[in-house]
Each structure stands twice: as C-alpha cells, then as structure tokens.
Write a protein that binds this ligand. Structure first.
Ligand code: NAD
Length: 361
C-alpha cells in the first residue's frame, strides 16, 4: 500500500423511502424554526408541497435556481432569505438547486438540509461552482458542505429516464476519476468502486422500468457514494474537459459527462492500469473505456458532442483551453491527443485504444 492522507467530511445522511418526512425533525433537531425551501422553476410545485408539509417551520419558497449558480440569482435568494428571516435552507432538487443553497450558505453560514432528486452528488461535496459575467469559477470550503442530506428514493421515481441515465453517468465519472487521482486513498477507492457498481447495475433496470424501487434505491445510494468520492479527492482530465465544455461552450452538464467519459478513460487507461481494472470489475466488463461506451449506447444516452450542440469549428479552441493551464492527470496532457479525443467525442466514435507508449505525468 502506498502512503496517503485522508480527511473525512462531516455530515449526516438519512436514506430511505419516504425520508422526506424527516425534514421537519432535522430542522428542529438543529434548533432551527424558519426554513427557506429552494428549488428550480421546474420543481416549484414540489417545493411548495414541502413548504405546506413543514407548516410553521417554513417561512418561504424561492424557486429560481438554475444551472451553473449565477451570482445574480444567489443575490436575489440571499436578500429573500434575509427578508423572511430564514435560519436554515432546505434545497429540494438536483445539482442546480444544491448549488444555490451552497452559494447562500457560503455568504451567510445558514444550515443546509439537502434533499437530492438527481444523481449529481453535489450534496456530498464542499465544492461550489459559480458563474459571473459568463465566467465559471470553482471553490472549496467548509461552509459550502451541506450539514444534512436526506435521500428520499420516492422523489427519484419520476426522474425522467434520459436524465436518470446521464445523471447516473455523471456520478460514475466522479468515482472513475477518484480511482486514479493523485490523492487517491484506499478507503475512498472502495467507495468509488461500490458507487460505480451500484449505479451501473441500476441504470439498465431503470431504463426499462423507471418505477423500479430497488433499482432507484441502488442508483441513489450509488450517487451518494460517488458524491463522497468527488468531495474527498481531486479530479483530473475528464472533469477539466467537462468544465471547459460546459462553462465556455454552454453544453449541458450531465450529458457532456456522459459523452466525454469513455474517451477520457481511454486517454488515461495505460497510465492508470489499477484504476482501470477496478472500473472494469465494477462494471462487469473486460475494458473500462469500452464498457462505459457500451453502457451509454445500450441506454440510449447521447454519445456525440455534436448532438449536444457543440460546433466542430470550436473543437480546436476547446482543446487549447483544456490543455492551457497545467493540472495533474495520470497521463501528461498532450494538446494534439486531447484534440483527437474531442474529435472522437464529437463524432461519437468508440473510444480509442491507448497508444503503446504513454508519457506518465
Ligand atoms: P439540475 O439540478 O440542473 O436538474 C436538471 C433539471 O431536472 C432541472 O430542471 C430540475 O428541476 C429537474 N429535476 C431534478 N430532479 C428531478 C426529478 N426527480 N424529477 C423531475 N425533474 C427533476 O441537474 P443536475 O445534473 O443534478 O445538476 C447540474 C448542476 O450541478 C451543474 O450546475 C453542475 O455544475 C452542478 N454540480 C455540482 C457539483 C459540486 O460538487 N459542486 C457536483 C455535480 C454537479
């Protein structure tokens, strides 16, 4: 075993069917009385229903969360929280809503209770990405990490199949990169492998039978595991590419992860053989990159950047941006190889076989 550093993240996790019932108890247990419920416009009815259930414990609903956490929305939400005298936040939704809660908490230190309804995993991380003036910046910090996560499997039964699949692969991406990151450690690697196994096993069942409670439970459990990995260790090329494609070219988050992952894994395969063996084992396949590509194809997920709205003439710039500021990756960042990777992802070719000799970072 190699030497490692490990810092555990604090937080309470409540998991189960009908767990939404426990939001009120958690508010009271933490000595709070005035919750502000957050959501996207698409989930505002669910947020209002939760507010009704909370009764006197809820002082308002703010339903304007959007992707990439724009600072203007956070400013409005923070003013509203002050106006209604909120003493805690209940974020009901996916990564966009969780992001808004984190952004308010960063500025106010209000207690966060997150009720996730996708598999993005943001609720388990001390990471916040915010956009201002078209620029996305990411930071980490203890105030950002939610104090309580309430996973209610029932809330995921209606997550549309296409979003379930892409969100699930987004979660798998956290675990895959956590297995080969510079600061990988044996405990987080166990969690990563378990997260991949749980989600990859559940997604085909969900695609065929979206109301399957056992598969929904497995997927949400896997999403938590993968979120823990993202929150605990650093990421590499795959997340950098997705951040660039989402931030600069406005591609959708989970779908971009789904298209890029097999190609990023193929790029790193020869430089991270142990991680690849663990990913392949968790997927039950012979080769990690090919297995991830086959999984996406079999689930009808997008496999081309073209279908996500990327323009072919922007691939050069994307390759430049993704190789501009050096960052750690198991295989050295080579601009031309990144450009080739993006080409494969643009056209949806199967991931490339690794070159016979790779340069290790
Ligand atoms: P999202 O939160 O944007 O949700 C996508 C859409 O699906 C929204 O309209 C939402 O209201 C709707 N939705 C969510 N759950 C639903 C359900 N159960 N049923 C029906 N509709 C539902 O998507 P996401 O992929 O969860 O989150 C993406 C965002 O999260 C990005 O901004 C990304 O950067 C961020 N993120 C951050 C971290 C982190 O650690 N900081 C991790 C992962 C993702």
């Amino acid at each position: 075993m190699q030497s490692f550093n490990y810092t555990g993240l604090p937080g309470r996790v409540i998991f189960g069917f009908g767990a939404l019932d426990q939001v009120a108890e958690q508010i009271r247990l933490h000595g709070r009385r005035r919750a502000l419920v957050l959501s996207t416009p698409q989930q505002i009815e669910d947020a209002k229903a939760l507010a009704v259930r909370l009764g006197d414990l809820c002082v308002g609903v703010f339903g304007e969360a959007v992707m990439h956490t724009p600072v203007e929305v956070t400013d409005r939400a923070q003013s509203f929280a002050a106006e209604v005298g909120a003493d805690c936040l209940v974020a009901l939704g996916g990564g966009s809503t969780t992001g808004l809660g984190k952004a308010i908490a960063l500025r106010t230190d209000l207690l966060q209770i997150v009720v996730p309804t996708t598999y993005a995993g943001s609720e388990a991380t001390p990471i916040l990405g915010e956009t201002q003036g078209g620029l996305k910046t990411t930071q980490r910090g203890p105030k950002i990490l939610p104090e309580v996560i309430i996973y209610d499997v029932d809330l995921t039964l209606g997550l549309p199949v296409d979003l379930s699949v892409t969100s699930g692969v987004n979660a798998i991406a956290h675990a895959v990169e956590g297995l080969y990151t510079q600061d990988a450690n044996p405990i987080v690697s166990l969690i990563a492998e378990e997260g991949i196994r749980a989600i990859a096993g559940a997604l085909p069942i969900i695609a065929a039978d979206p109301q399957n409670r056992e598969a929904r439970s497995d997927a949400l459990y896997g999403a938590w595991a993968c979120g823990v990995v993202l929150g605990s260790v650093g990421m590499a090329l795959h997340h950098k590419l997705c951040h660039t494609l989402g931030g600069t070219f406005d591609l959708p988050h989970a779908q971009t992860h789904t298209v890029i992952l097999p190609h990023a894994v193929a790029y790193n395969a020869a430089a991270a053989p142990d991680a690849m063996a663990r990913v392949a084992r968790a997927l039950g396949v012979a080769d990690a990159a090919q297995g991830l590509y086959a999984l996406a194809l079999s689930l009808g997920a997008p496999t081309t950047l073209k279908a996500l709205g990327m323009r072919e003439q922007d691939l050069d710039r994307a390759a430049d941006l993704a190789s501009a500021n050096p960052y750690w990756n198991p295989r050295a960042i080579e601009r031309n190889a990144i450009r080739a990777l993006l080409d494969d992802a643009y056209f949806g070719r199967p991931p490339a076989a690794p070159p016979p000799e790779v340069i290790h970072a």
